[in-house]
Design a binder for this molecule. Structure first.
Ligand code: SF4
Ligand code: SF4
Ligand code: FES
Length: 571
């Protein structure tokens, strides 16, 4: 039901029951917020969104206060502005003054608020916060001195990721955000997903940087520098650089990476195709032999760590295939090393990915060859974008170049895997190819693409019936368990920790509206539609690779596999 309220002497329509903030925003009236996150119940913690309501002694928080008929609201009265300014001045009073060196310089909500509120002198002086810098995690750095205690990271980790790694510890001056028993991140239940980074308004949380070691390697002699990028990377780089993405941009990125100094540029989508092909063939033959068991696809490193920590009973059901990034590393160092070394004594492999969890994955036991890591450094899309700017490469000018063989081409299935449900689609396509069932009809996948959370699909392919489940965000595990308890069984369960999949990875650009996620997914679907090879098992690069090096179905296949173990952490 619609009601009328008055804002800044102007009548506007509001929905009964909605908050003042929601009514203001719908009518194009903007006020600052800090602790509030869209789609979460408000906590009213920061009081940045205060407004003056006629007849109330105190200012009210617009994010939590519902509208009432004929409420008269002032959003920018002197009293309101003074209050907001004081809050920001207090936050700044003990905040480190190292903006120029901060990871979030020019992209910090606190910095922006200070500028918007015209704060240009220090009126309140406080003792600078001296908190530890936690660099123990391979993926996420915590700079506690920059934390403004908004609580966003705690909520996203608890309510979206469900890892419940973070919480408020202590009170008063020593209050801070920490892990169980206040231990370092690497001892915590953190899944390395980076979702907390995406919501932190300041530089208190950011990805661990690995660009320094990449630069050092580029400067060394006798090293073959190799880079491989995930299928979503070109699209994500274009987004950060403010360019419109099209398929040709993949070729432009190859040229840009060579200009930076990489000797070999690989499309990691090739390794994704190999992963899909191997997973589909394994499922196809076990079903043919009458062996039906559930396999959890394991291309999400955060999910793998979650399973090791919380679901030790399911570890035996995790696919033993390494994630594509590690397959690419194993191929570089274990298969084509001699062909590409060019007489150099060392090969340095860099992976570019939307995912902060891949940094952890590359450091797992078993991801090495003769004691040397298959992937030496993992950088996120944001780190790569900084490198491109640092090297002064004009990304709008280079003409396109192909990636290097043998990992030069990917199928459109590999691109699809960057969106939740994509692995399932890709496996279905390969199963149809293997069983000689032709091309799948598009409408089969509509249900997988247009929903979020839990989805499942049962499908006749060839002579067999296959069933798939998609867990899009870990909160959907509950639904999976309910379906299984209700008698359903699945051949493949695809799990991704970041809701919507890798297009929501912690190593991508910050965004404030879910529309950005939808746009990223739409771009992937549109590009996928326009490509000719849509089945991983038919990828020409994969077929030539099998022809030249074999299909690794013998004992050499060991380089494509790993194992997972139960992991003890304080939960
Ligand atoms: S990286 Fe993910 S799991 Fe770890 S604290 Fe952040 S949100 Fe939680
Ligand atoms: S670490 Fe960031 S998101 Fe978490 S409470 Fe501090 S400022 Fe807020
Ligand atoms: S945004 Fe409303 S109290 Fe923080």
């Amino acid at each position: 039901m619609q009601i009328t309220i008055e804002v800044n002497n102007r009548k506007i329509k509001a929905e009964k029951g909605e908050t003042i903030l929601s009514a203001l925003n719908r009518n194009g009236i903007l006020i600052p917020t800090l602790c509030r996150m869209r789609d979460f119940t408000p906590t009213g913690a920061c009081r940045m969104c205060v407004v003056e309501v006629e007849g109330r002694d105190r200012l009210v928080t617009a994010c939590s206060q519902p509208v009432e008929e004929w409420m008269r609201i002032m959003t920018h009265s002197q009293r309101v502005i003074r209050s907001r300014k004081t809050i920001v001045e207090l936050l700044l009073s003990n905040h480190p003054d190292d903006c120029l060196y901060c990871n979030r310089n020019l992209n910090c909500e606190l910095q922006r608020l200070a500028e918007e509120l015209n704060i240009n002198e220090r009126r309140i002086r406080g003792k600078k916060i001296q908190m530890r810098l936690d660099q123990s995690s391979h993926s996420v750095v915590r700079e506690l001195s920059k934390c403004i205690l908004c609580g966003r990271c705690i909520r996203v980790c608890d309510e979206i990721v469900t890892a419940t790694t973070l919480g408020f510890l202590n009170r008063g001056k020593t209050a801070h955000v920490g892990t169980a028993m206040d231990r370092d991140f690497n001892f915590s239940s953190c899944l390395n997903c980076g979702q907390c980074i995406l919501v932190c308004p300041t530089g208190a949380l950011h990805e661990k940087h690995n660009t320094t070691e990449v630069m050092e390697s580029l400067n060394r002699d006798n090293v073959t520098n190799v880079i491989c990028y995930s299928p979503a990377v070109p699209c994500a780089v274009a987004e950060i650089m403010g360019l419109k993405y099209s398929k040709e941009f993949d070729l432009v990125l190859n040229a840009v990476l060579r200009q930076i100094g990489f000797d070999k540029v690989y499309n990691c989508g090739f390794a994704t195709d190999l992963y899909i092909d191997k997973a589909a063939r394994s499922l196809y033959s076990s079903v043919k032999e009458g062996r039906r068991e559930t396999t959890y696809l394991s291309a999400c490193p955060a999910w793998l760590k979650y399973a090791e920590q919380k679901l030790p009973g399911e570890i035996g059901s995790l696919s033993t295939l390494k994630i594509p990034q590690q397959i690419a590393g194993a191929i570089v160092k274990g298969v084509v090393a001699e062909d590409i070394s060019g007489g150099n004594s060392e090969i340095f492999t860099v992976s570019v990915t939307p995912c902060t969890g891949m940094k952890f994955e590359s450091r797992r036991d078993g991801m090495t060859r003769k004691g040397v890591s298959d992937i030496d450094a993992v950088i996120t899309v944001t780190e790569l974008s900084r490198l491109i700017r640092l090297f002064g490469v004009d990304i709008t000018s280079p003409s396109g170049e192909p990636a290097d063989a043998p990992m030069n081409i990917r199928s459109s299935s590999a691109l699809l895997t960057e969106v939740s449900g994509g692995y399932t689609e890709a496996i279905v396509r390969s199963l149809m190819h293997l069983s000689g069932s032709g091309e799948p009809e598009k409408k089969i996948f509509r249900k997988l693409r247009n929903n979020h959370g839990f989805r499942d699909l049962s499908l006749a392919i060839g002579d067999e019936q296959y069933s798939f489940a998609i867990v899009d965000g870990l909160h959907s595990l509950e639904r999976l368990n309910a379906e299984i308890s209700g008698g359903k069984s699945y051949d493949i369960v695809e799990v991704m920790v970041c809701p919507s999949g890798c297009v929501h990875g912690g190593g991508l650009a910050f965004f404030s509206s879910k529309e950005v996620l939808r746009t990223r997914a739409r771009q992937i679907y549109a590009t996928e539609e326009s490509e000719a090879v849509n089945t991983a098992s038919r990828s020409p690069a994969l077929l030539s690779f099998y022809e030249e090096y074999g299909d690794f179905s013998d004992e050499r296949g060991e380089i494509l596999h790993t194992k997972y173990n139960a992991r003890d952490v304080l939960l």
